[in-house]
Design a protein around this ligand. Structure first.
Ligand code: NDP
Length: 257
């Protein structure tokens, strides 16, 4: 077991990538606190994952609630070894029809809340802890309609470099996992029916060299690697889990003869 005796906090641990990571961490021996806003899905996740999981309702955009959630996790488990700042939202902010509130909501959730999650966690972290931030391929791909989301994730990536500098004296590592298109409920609004999901994944897969959407479990395995001692000398890095979408886009099926 790669996380035996370790303690972790995962924001957005009641769905998608965060939930898959919580499941994997528990299987690897960790005790895990998960947060989210939705009490019902948090409770369902805690029930499914068993006694080594603590579910805490906390809106990541509420600094005080975040500080309380981290304190509650530390009170239950002791000092934390791992933080996965994963909670995030999608958001369409095209030029021409975007209201300030919509733009700011994406930045507040995906960028500002990540900073304050880390700030709240740092006093409760063991020296040598590992922090993983969830980025996105959209920080570099230029997808139309995603200005706020792309900026938030590029900000996360930039912020990780600064955090790595500030926290290196305590041996705390800060890295980014950046998923490409991954099957999770985040796509529910874009593709509200099973048929729409299939069509969406088929279309986006044309832009991915490996020709398919990712699974939440594939991102979780990379988070596990970054969280574990196997990544003990990896600091301030970004790992894309995207089937080659950012590294070799010209290899995508859309470009094949
Ligand atoms: P989901 O929608 O399945 O999960 C998002 C999670 O974030 C939920 O647990 C949600 O819980 C939580 N969350 C959202 N807003 C808040 C908030 N204000 N406070 C607390 N929790 C919050 O999507 P994914 O698993 O796909 O997304 C996880 C991360 O992965 C996000 O940061 C996303 O940007 C990133 N990502 C996803 C990709 C994909 O294709 N799936 C691609 C690239 C990056 P609740 O609703 O209970 O608040």
């Amino acid at each position: 077991m790669r996380l035996a005796g370790k303690t972790a906090l995962i924001t957005g641990g009641n769905s998608g990538i965060g939930l898959a990571t919580a499941r994997l961490f528990v299987a690897e021996g960790a005790r895990v606190a998960i947060t989210g806003r939705n009490q019902a899905t948090l409770e369902a996740a805690a029930k499914a994952l068993g006694p080594n999981v603590l579910a805490i309702v906390a809106d990541a955009t509420d600094v005080e609630a975040t500080e309380q959630a981290v304190a509650q996790a530390a009170e239950k488990f002791g000092k934390l070894d791992i933080v996965f700042a994963n909670a995030g939202i999608a958001g369409n902010t095209p030029i021409g029809s975007t209201k300030l509130a919509a733009f700011e909501s994406v930045i507040r959730t995906n960028l500002t809340a990540v900073f304050f999650t880390v700030q709240a966690a740092v006093p409760h972290l063991r020296d040598g802890a590992s922090i993983i931030l969830n980025g996105s391929v959209i920080s570099v791909l230029g997808n139309p309609g995603y200005a706020a989301y792309a900026a938030s994730k590029a900000g996360v990536r930039a912020m990780a470099r600064v955090m790595a500098s500030e926290l290196s004296p305590r041996g705390i590592r800060v890295n980014v996992v950046s998923p490409g298109g991954t099957s999770t409920p985040i796509w529910n609004r874009t593709a509200p029916t099973p048929d729409a999901v299939v069509a969406l994944e088929k279309r986006i897969s044309q832009t991915i060299p490996l020709g398919r959407f990712g699974k939440a479990e594939e991102v979780a395995k990379t988070v596990l690697f970054l969280a574990s001692d196997d990544a003990s000398n990896i600091q301030g890095a970004e790992i894309f889990v995207d089937g080659g979408a950012t590294a070799s886009p010209a290899g995508a099926p859309a470009f094949r003869g």
